[in-house]
Design a protein around this ligand. Sequence first.
Ligand code: F6R
Length: 359
Amino acid sequence: EKGTYPYYMLKEIDDQPTVMRRVVQEYTDSFGETVINQEIIDHVTDSDRIYIIACGTSYNAGWVGKAIIEKMTNTPVEVHLSSEFGYNMPLLSEKPFFIFLSQSGETADSRQVLVQANEFSYPSLTLTNVAGSTLSREADYTLLLHAGPEIAVASTKAYTAQIAVLAVLAKAVGDHKGNQSSLDFDIAHELSVIAAVMETMIDEKMVISQLVEDYLATTRNAFYIGRGVDYYVSMEASLKLKEISYIQAEGFAAGELKHGTIALIEEGTPVFGVVTDKKTAAHTRGNLKEVESRGAHNFVISLQSLAKETDQVIIPDVHPLLTPLVSIIPTQLIAYFATLQRGYDVDKPRNLAKSVTVE
Ligand code: F6R
């Protein structure tokens, strides 16, 4: 129920801290140890490569998951669009393990890949919000997102829940392998910190609403840029913005701009920079300067320890692998307010359905 909320999307953005706490509750014990079916852990440990298969927002979550899983488990991870993978299957490793990410569990493009994986008897796991859904029934294993029903077409809490559950899985496998980076990663604690920081960001609603008025009132297009996980967040942030506000929005790898995309920057073009990674912050700042000198109207979302006074949104520091869980929040609010201010239906954008059951 959306209760007093004007739109489901706003309620679902607000739900996210609760969802993080629920993931901790469902998947860790009172000692902070992970609680995941041992068979799943054994399969992942045994595999030489993980294939994450998904569409849309779930695909974007997969990229963040890849960064976390590789760090914790040392197993290579590939992330694929279901609709591409299904018809142009890449050469697979000897012992693949398939992870399907699907909020609804009903996405036809993803199911089509699962059917093929089953033909070869490759082990598979579905992360979904819907118990008993098709992708859950047809995969060997399921991990539920526990995000609660997601009604708005634009996915928000399923994205953060997918990342959180993938992080728990990464930790479980990494610990099983005895990897130090994993043993040092206190997932229950870190996700609790995330929940609190999410609340801080959600409390910034009115600030974001004003910024959106300043930056996006009349624009036809906008860009998000970042590197590494900040690039992955940029892909999701731009999908969110375009699908509900109809502003043409694209997410780009900041370093790739100069290889073509920078030609699109005009006087007043809004460019959102995501700066949460110490390794790449200086380079992304450099890229922001480049677009600014060509007229871009820069909007920077940064982590406190990397922030400049002139940045528009500053996020308290969290675990470096989990920054997408918090940097995504202001971008969800940006999409929400841009849509509201343009007078469109936030929950039901044109041409889109909540679950896509055709290929
Ligand atoms: C975007 C959105 C879609 C879905 C995509 C996959 O906000 O909702 O891009 O993420 O259709 O859906 P699921 O996760 O149900 O397979």
